[in-house]
Design a protein around this ligand. Structure first.
Ligand code: WT7
Length: 689
């Protein structure tokens, strides 16, 4: 029986006190169970959370292996968590249940089927066009996964090979991911909104020799010719000396309602066609490949603050255990009755952990949505919630902000009586979006659960723990079980109690990344060198007197646009590849819906030549090299960029220009080489600011 937070390991008082944590105030106030405030009748109360949390840190091996024992292992070693976060003591590594043998796809499918869930619906697929709908049971999903595993085998894909997946939110996306997991291949999903260049770069970096895609799809009224973008990427791959040997293309468009004119017809050769490939490989054997706990399960690329994107590697046993457990706890999962909907795309980690692995491992029924909240109009989300009686919804502050700008009846016309939990992820939740979710959507009967985590962490690090802690507006978050966050000051010293600092984690948990694909040194440099002994998140946070954390944002050169991390360096490099550009600098500025948006400053040799045409050319380059999401709202001409004497661009000043601040509020500029360029920045600022 699956139960949330019901796993109560035997508590030993001695253990509870051996790992003092920063909950002094909260614990002092909540000593006895009768002091606890319940959010709902079933809820075990804050004491339970604090006890369980203490236990998870005091006996991590028992805690995590107990959870893993609810999953299927062909062989279990006697190992728990092993790790080293301090490079001065040797190589940085993390392992969980090393030497154990399992298969994640087996746990998502066969394990549930053996438990009698074969006829249960795994996915309710809602297409982009309102009315396009299909459902698939666990049995049917398994059949499709086995079929596609045969295709991969037939194409020569072996355990440990990397398979690129470039698909929109259609059922074939989890099918392809699970087929890879079944045969021990490593999937590398690339978001279907990324450009051909971005796809090519990721295929080359990961060494993928196989690519899975589809003919095209509609995003609202826009037709995305995915196959031709993929073909272009394969041409680029050839030019950069990486050859993808095999492509499999699913014909998706023929089963959907067109919502706009198709910009082009996809050319699919017979040998690329998914259905042909399935028919041709019927006789191929593709049994479950039993994998080592620490074999890679997937690679997922995320922006780095410098250089190329980082291929984050997650492995089998640890990722599976964390995905399974965090799904249960954070969403108070009730697989028997829940209809759960994670709106995130599988091109991001949220889609991996909370649209595929987490819900399937728990035997949930999930909605899988191909479309966008604004199409055919802003009531679409609530129409789907009503139609499928969704009880748990996982969305983003960006999506919420875009919806709340429209009349409330677009929500209220639809029934939301089953909705109990609304989770958000990607960016800090702002108070007015929280209020709208609470009052308009949730009618004060839903838990609003802000979840903080990263591609690298694999699962939630901070969440509201709404079943254990009373909800308050804009409440900060508590660490997830087994997660030990710390705040460090500017000197790298631990801050005790209340404070504001850099958010780090001082010990490993099962679901965290293991390395950067092909670049273990970068893994250490980026995450463990800044503060030896700690995992560095790249974010800043505040902690209040009750141990609640409030994430304040990135402390590095990454920006967060609609919940997606973008590297300023990557956008700058794209702009600088325009032949007229001398230099470019990009900063993040705040945006009503997207949270943040890029704002670029560009220097070209001849002022008079700076025109809309050039700006549009630069935007086209960024769209092509990175994707539409990275295109700056404003590209401003700058005759020179403010620099320090050592040549470092002073982004602080550029941010002030971008944020529309007055020139008088500049602060100290005495360390800059040429102060006259600063005034020019204000002179050239677009009028509409
Ligand atoms: C970065 C990770 C995890 C899936 C989505 C993004 C920011 C994420 C929150 C939150 C404040 C948040 C952080 C983090 N972030 N969730 N609840 N409150 N900031 O995954 O692309 O790896 O980005 O997103 O800055 O480091 P990602």
């Amino acid at each position: 029986m699956l139960r949330t937070l019901r796993l109560i390991p035997t508590l030993s008082r001695a253990n509870m006190h051996s790992t003092a944590h920063n909950f002094g105030a909260a614990q002092a106030r909540l000593k006895e169970p009768e002091d606890c405030l319940a959010f709902n009748a079933e809820f075990p109360g804050p004491c339970h959370y604090h006890q369980l949390y203490e236990e998870s840190l005091a006996n991590p091996d028992t805690f995590w292996t107990n959870i893993a024992s609810q999953l299927h292992f062909k062989h279990k070693s006697d190992k728990g968590l092993e790790y080293n976060f301090d490079q001065r003591k040797g190589d940085v590594f993390v392992k969980f249940m090393d030497g154990s043998i399992t298969n994640v796809a087996f746990n998502c499918l066969e394990r549930n089927i053996f438990r009698g869930l074969g006829d249960k619906i795994a996915y309710k697929w809602e297409g982009n066009a309102d009315g396009d709908y299909e459902s698939i049971t666990y049995n049917e999903l398994r059949t499709k996964v086995v079929e596609f595993s045969r295709v991969l085998k037939n194409r020569g894909v072996k355990k440990g090979d990397v398979v690129g997946i470039y698909l929109p939110m259609i059922v074939e996306l989890p099918i392809a991911m699970l087929a890879c997991a079944r045969i021990g291949a490593i999937h590398s999903v690339v978001f279907a909104g990324f450009s051909s260049n971005a796809l090519a770069e990721r295929l080359r970096q990961s060494g993928a020799k196989t690519l899975i895609t589809c003919d095209g799809f509609y995003r609202g009224k826009k037709h995305i010719p995915l196959k031709s973008i993929a073909d272009e990427a394969l041409m680029i791959c050839k030019n950069i000396n990486h050859s993808v040997e095999s492509t499999i293309c699913f014909e998706h468009l023929k089963r959907v309602t067109a919502t706009g004119a198709a910009s082009e017809v996809a050319v699919i050769n017979d040998e690329e066609n998914w259905d042909n490939a399935v028919a041709d490989s019927k006789e191929v054997s593709a049994p479950v490949e039993w994998c080592q706990a620490e074999d890679p399960l997937f690679i997922l690329y995320t922006s780095g603050s410098t250089g190329a994107p980082k291929g984050i590697v997650h492995t089998n046993a640890g990722y599976m255990t964390s995905a399974y457990y965090s799904m249960q706890v954070t969403f108070d999962a009730k697989p028997e009755t829940d209809v759960y909907w994670c709106m995130a795309d599988c091109g991001w980690i949220t889609g991996h952990t909370y649209a595929v692995y987490g819900p399937l491992l728990n035997g949930m029924t999930s909605v899988l949505f191909e479309g966008i909240p604004s199409f055919p109009d802003y009531s679409r989300t609530w129409k789907i919630v009503d139609k499928h009686q969704v009880s748990k919804l996982y969305t983003s502050p960006t999506a919420v902000r875009s919806m709340m700008a429209h009349p409330d009846h677009m929500v209220k016309d639809y029934e939301r009586s089953k909705l109990k939990v609304i989770g958000t992820v990607g960016e800090p939740m702002n108070p007015c979006a929280w209020k709208w979710l609470n009052e308009v959507v949730g009618e004060k009967a839903c838990a609003i659960v802000d979840t903080y985590w990263q591609t690298e962490t694999g699962c939630h690090l901070l969440t509201s723990h709404h079943t254990a802690v009373p909800q308050q507006s804009g409440c900060g978050n508590l660490p997830f079980l087994g997660i030990s966050p710390q705040l460090l000051d500017d000197n790298g010293k631990k801050i005790r109690g209340e404070g504001h600092g850099t958010l780090v984690v001082d010990r490993a948990w099962p679901g965290m990344m293991r390395t950067i694909w092909g670049d273990h040194k970068r893994f250490i440099d980026a995450y463990f060198s800044p503060y030896p002994g700690y995992y560095f998140t790249g974010d800043g946070a505040k902690r209040d007197d009750e141990g609640h954390y409030w994430v304040t944002g990135r402390v590095d050169d990454l920006m967060n646009v609609s919940g997606h991390l973008l590297s300023t360096a990557e956008i700058e490099a794209a702009i600088a590849s325009h032949p007229m550009v001398v230099e470019a600098a990009v900063v993040a500025t705040s945006h009503k819906v997207k949270g943040q948006t890029p704002y670029a400053f560009v220097t070209i040799p001849d002022t008079a030549k700076f025109s809309d045409k050039i700006v549009n050319e630069m935007k086209a380059i960024i769209r092509k090299k990175i994707g539409p999401i990275a295109v700056p709202d404003i590209i401003q001409f700058a005759p020179g960029l403010p620099k320090t004497r050592s040549g470092k661009i002073v982004r602080r000043i550029l941010r002030k220009v971008a944020d529309g601040e007055k020139e008088a509020n500049l602060g100290d500029t005495s360390t800059l080489t040429d102060e006259t360029v600063i005034h020019e920045l204000w002179v050239n600022r677009p009028i509409k600011l």
